[in-house]
Ligand binder design. Structure first.
Ligand code: CO8
Length: 258
């Protein structure tokens, strides 16, 4: 878990992998190096059978202040297209392991988009979210116009994408972007606790729950319900279903790691 220069990786609790963005001089702006390292670390955790949940966090001042403007400012249309700029972030899709974003300070542009790529988002009371790309003469480029709109609805998404204004943690929670707000000093501990709770569940059930919730974004209601029911039925073929239900009936804690 070494060799990174823009992130710090650790395992702060049983079953939990933590990735902390660490580019303080640029408020964790997401350059190519950060992207490569985050994707590498998260995918390594996803492949590690010991890890059941991952937390991605930044600093107290910034989760991430967006894509690195100095890295992309001079690029031509041809270069951006040929490099398929930011496509590497798609590496966060299709993971089995649930990923929790723990956001304090600025989560702007690509920073907000990275947080939205995670499965659940816990915010410090200092968090500020926005898609200010319009102020730079561009638009969100890592799914922001799509994920934000699906999450908070057209009214707020248009407001944020067209004016570039930011919203604080309270507004983000009211809008449905954030699952919980905690005092900044407790952010990482809370996120690690939530991740540890998830990691203590049946890994098979957690991956299935994550997949089922995500199907909402890709399907009709009828298709989604059908997917859920088939997946629910399939879980009866797993030892974890037997263990979970037996433990309940025997009034003991389930042990999915045996
Ligand atoms: N890129 C590069 N450097 C940055 C970025 C950034 N996005 N944000 C901050 N920095 C640097 C500043 O240049 C400054 O460096 P230096 O000390 O060398 O001058 C340092 O970080 C500290 O920043 P400030 O002095 O500006 O700090 P303030 O506290 O005064 O302001 C703000 C903080 C409000 C966050 C301000 O820095 C800001 O507005 N930053 C830009 C925010 C922004 O526009 N983000 C969107 C970027 S575009 C984008 O994300 C496109 C998404 C496409 C997909 C992305 C995939 C990852």
């Amino acid at each position: 878990m070494g060799g990174y220069s823009t992130i710090v990786v650790s395992t702060p609790a049983e079953g939990v992998g933590l990735v902390r963005l660490d580019r303080p001089k640029a408020l964790n702006a997401l350059n190519h190096q950060v992207m490569t390292e985050v994707i590498d670390a998260v995918r390594a955790f996803d492949a590690d059978p010991v890890i059941g949940a991952v937390v991605i966090t930044g600093s107290e001042r910034a989760f991430a202040a967006g894509a690195d403007i100095s890295e992309m400012a001079g690029l031509s249309h041809r270069e951006v297209t040929e490099q398929d700029l930011f496509a590497g972030w798609d590496g966060l899709r299709g993971l089995r392991t649930p990923v929790v974003a723990a956001v304090a300070g600025h989560a702007l542009g690509g920073g907000c988009e990275l947080a939205m790529m995670c499965d659940l988002l816990i915010a410090a009371d200092t968090a500020r979210f926005g898609q200010p790309e319009i102020k730079l003469g561009v638009i969100p480029g890592m799914g922001g116009s799509q994920r934000l709109t699906r999450t908070v609805g057209k009214a707020k998404a248009m407001d944020l994408c067209l004016t570039g204004r930011t919203m604080d943690a309270e507004e983000a929670e009211r809008a449905g972007l954030v699952s919980r707000i905690v005092p900044a000093a407790e952010l990482v501990d809370t996120a690690v606790e939530v991740a540890a709770t998830i990691a203590g569940m049946s890994r098979t059930a957690a991956a299935a729950a994550k997949e089922a919730v995500d199907v909402v974004f890709e399907s009709t209601l009828a298709e989604g319900i059908r997917f859920e029911r088939r997946t629910f039925h399939a879980l009866f073929a797993t030892p974890d279903q037997k263990e979970g239900m037996a433990a309940f009936l025997e009034k003991r804690a389930p042990d999915y790691r045996r």
